[in-house]
Design a protein around this ligand. Structure first.
Ligand SMILES: [Zn+2]
Length: 175
């Protein structure tokens, strides 16, 4: 399975975004009111804050596939945390009041090794759906059915790449 990449929702930085809009608006008012020095300073400050949000979100990635879950953070030094799906002890859906307002949620993964949360997809859209999908992936890894598909003719499990069922000879449609 190709890895899927997720980003936190913009509204994780709602405070910074509102602040930068305020700074730009106030800066424009001050500028028009006849104080260009202060006005332009406020506008630049607002732009810097929004750029910081853009950079932070761009360097913040959540990855999952049928083998692992992973978070990547950081601009210069990348900090990566990963847990193998077979080592996930439990998976939790969390939602702060703030996240609920903006339709975001957090999916957190505890590893069997430490029992504590080591990977968290914080502030993502459709968090419930992502949790369900990863729940399914973990289930298939732990039950040994990962990377397989069910033959529609004999209901046996064969490898995803198979073009012909090894039990009954059913030929799968080529993709
Ligand atoms: Zn078959």
């Amino acid at each position: 399975m190709e890895p899927k990449y997720l980003k936190p929702g913009w509204m994780n930085w709602a405070g910074s975004i509102i602040l930068s809009i305020l700074l730009v608006v106030i800066g424009l008012v001050v500028l028009i009111a006849g104080n260009p020095g202060t006005g332009i300073t406020l506008i630049i400050l607002g732009i810097i804050i929004i750029l910081m949000v853009v950079v932070k979100r761009a360097t913040w990635t959540y990855v999952y596939n049928d083998m692992y879950v992973e978070t990547r953070k950081g601009i210069i030094s990348k900090k990566t945390s990963q847990i193998d799906l077979k080592d996930v002890k439990n998976i939790q859906f969390k939602q702060s009041i703030f996240e609920r307002i903006f339709g975001l949620g957090t999916v957190a993964f505890a590893s069997a090794a430490t029992g504590s949360i080591e990977v968290a997809f914080a502030g993502i859209p459709d968090a419930q759906k992502v949790k369900q999908e990863i729940d399914g992936l973990i289930h298939s890894v732990k039950s040994g059915t990962a990377g397989t598909k069910k033959c529609p003719q004999c209901a046996e499990l064969v490898k995803n790449e198979a073009i012909k069922c090894r039990y009954c000879g059913y030929e799968f449609e080529q993709q």
